[in-house]
Design a protein around this ligand. Structure first.
Ligand code: GZL
Ligand code: ZN
Length: 305
């Protein structure tokens, strides 16, 4: 009885699938792949969803137009992993005017939290602080550090820098350079090659990489320059994806702070609660941990990503 379906306005009705538009950042890193898999698993048909998926190739304008297309498709709810923090007010207002709830997962936005229903993700500033505290404790001699920043304007890049910088205040660590590698392996490699040309391997003691993929690119550049990553040039990174943890076990990275990508179930639960008019918090933080080489060796075979 198609009239019945039409009158229910698609999704949310008894037995109908909930139509969800998911605007993913792109496929820039191993972390992102794990996050996408977690989201697709959770927003499955057997869980009651019809998922419309868009990956914006790290292009903020493309991501906003993807959200606009979800609105014009009349989806029941929109989920966004916002590439950058700024520029969301207009399209979020359009979703609100269309009475389509918005759930943010992973990264945050600077828009007022009146413009979205809830967010689930990680405490990026805390991740930066944990990495910075490790660095401050493990480098007592004058230390020259370069930073591989995440995507310019993204919450993780901003907050991981803020947390780390505060933690190394007054320490022996001097930041001599900092540049974005866009969270990609190639980006990390290219930026690190530039730093090595500029300062020489002897001129760099420590790399702070905002994610493992850039750290893995830096490892390639350091080895190509004839230096030993993890020894001549130490590396502290964030994510704890499989390849990063392997490099930690291999002694090429020295410390990794985890950033849990498995957010799908909580995001799907939030969509259902919001569509059911249940009260939800504006923010749900997922716990992280950190790993030394020894700790990574103990868990690497049992981790799901
Ligand atoms: C953090 C996430 C970041 C990861 C990167 O939650 O937004 O984006 O640290 C990913 O690996 O590209
Ligand atoms: Zn029906």
């Amino acid at each position: 009885d198609s009239n019945d379906e039409a009158s229910e306005g698609g999704g949310g009705g008894g037995g109908d699938l909930i139509k969800v538009g998911f605007a993913q950042t792109g496929s820039e890193s191993g972390w992102r792949s794990a996050n996408t898999e977690s989201m697709k698993d959770a927003f499955s048909e057997e869980n009651g969803f019809e998922l419309v998926f868009n990956a914006a190739d790290n292009d903020p304008a493309a991501q906003i137009s993807a959200v606009r297309s979800f609105i014009s498709q009349g989806v029941d709810a929109i989920v966004i992993a916002p590439i950058v923090e700024d520029g969301w007010d207009d399209v979020l207002q359009e979703a609100k005017d269309a009475d389509i709830p918005v759930i943010l997962e992973d990264r945050t936005v600077t828009s007022s939290d009146d413009l979205y229903n809830s967010w689930v993700g990680l405490d990026f500033k805390k991740e930066g602080t944990t990495a910075g505290e490790w660095a401050a404790e493990n480098f007592k001699e004058p230390t020259k550090m370069v930073v591989l920043e995440g995507t310019t304007g993204s919450a993780p890049a901003n907050d991981r820098a803020e947390g780390f910088d505060a933690a190394i205040e007054g320490s022996a660590i001097e930041k001599i350079d900092s540049q974005t590698g866009e969270f990609t392996r190639d980006g990390g490699k290219t930026v690190m090659e530039g730093f090595l040309q500029k300062y020489g391997a002897d001129g760099i003691d420590l790399v702070y990489a905002h994610n493992d993929d850039m750290a893995l690119g830096a490892i390639e550049a350091i080895e190509a320059a004839g230096a030993t990553p993890g020894e001549d040039i130490k590396i502290v990174s964030i994510d704890a994806v499989k390849d990063g943890m392997q490099a930690l076990v291999d002694g090429k990275i020295n410390f990794i702070v985890e950033c849990n990508p498995l957010l799908g179930e909580q995001a799907a639960d939030l969509v259902k609660k919001v569509l059911d008019d249940q009260d939800v918090e504006k923010a749900y933080y997922v716990a992280d941990q950190s790993f030394t080489k020894e700790q990574a060796a103990e868990v690497i075979d049992s981790r799901p990503y």
